[in-house]
Write a protein that binds this ligand. Structure first.
Ligand code: MP5
Length: 212
């Protein structure tokens, strides 16, 4: 019998280092760190990310609906944190006179539509996507190093030890669900991981595209 290697989150990161680097290292983040990002570019990201997080809330809620009871604690904690995060986004937008009722740009819309399509896939695929989406921000906001004000607050939100711990718990749950999955489901999870990485890279890049 052929021995099929078990897919884990760590294996995914090892298999696609370039894709993951591009998802988490971007001039947008380096310019936040240096304080040289153009305010209108930051505002584009902020507005679009709020729209993304509203859809991500639905993705997380769908994940909870598909999860085993033993995973509820971590996912409910995530949903609770998102309630605060959405309020925080509204505060950050108000400080900058931003209108959050704006339309999603094509990049944001594509990512949200893909996410919705993952919600009907097996739970292991959803758990892998959930982990990858959160890890992208957890690493992305930390990798450039200490950020200057006002961007330090954003780096702290996704880089703080509590959030890092949450992402580790998501990894554990994703690994557990992948371990109990068929090879077909594991391949689906691998494809979705690659898509998350591509979408994250495109999302950073969107800040540099003039708003139509
Ligand atoms: C996250 C995000 C992290 N806010 N935006 C993108 C494009 N990817 C990942 O999600 P959350 O809910 O802010 O922790």
């Amino acid at each position: 019998m052929i021995d099929i290697p078990m897919l884990t989150c760590a294996t995914l990161l090892e298999t696609y280092p370039d894709l993951w680097r591009d998802a988490t290292r971007h001039p947008f983040l380096d310019r936040c760190q240096a304080g040289t990002i153009e305010p209108h570019q930051f505002k584009t990201w902020l507005t679009q990310d709020y729209l993304f997080v509203t859809e991500f809330t639905r993705f997380l809620a769908n994940g909870l609906a598909a999860a085993p009871v033993s995973h509820f604690d971590v996912l409910l904690g995530g949903l609770n944190a998102i309630r605060d995060e959405l309020a925080w986004f509204r505060d950050k937008a108000a400080e900058r006179d931003l209108n959050l009722d704006s339309l999603p740009q094509a990049t944001c819309e594509t990512y949200c539509q893909l996410m919705a399509s993952w919600s009907v896939q097996p739970y292991a695929v959803q758990a892998t996507a959930l982990w990858a989406i959160e890890l992208a921000y957890n690493q992305g906001w930390q990798l450039p190093g200490a950020m200057v004000s006002p961007y330090d607050e954003f780096a702290e939100r996704w880089g703080n030890p509590g959030f890092t711990d949450y992402v580790k718990q998501l990894e554990k749950q994703a690994d557990e669900s992948l371990a109990g999955s068929s090879e077909i489901v594991q391949r689906q999870a691998e494809v979705v991981f690659q898509e998350v990485a591509r979408q994250e890279q495109a999302f950073w890049q969107m800040a540099f595209v003039p708003t139509p």
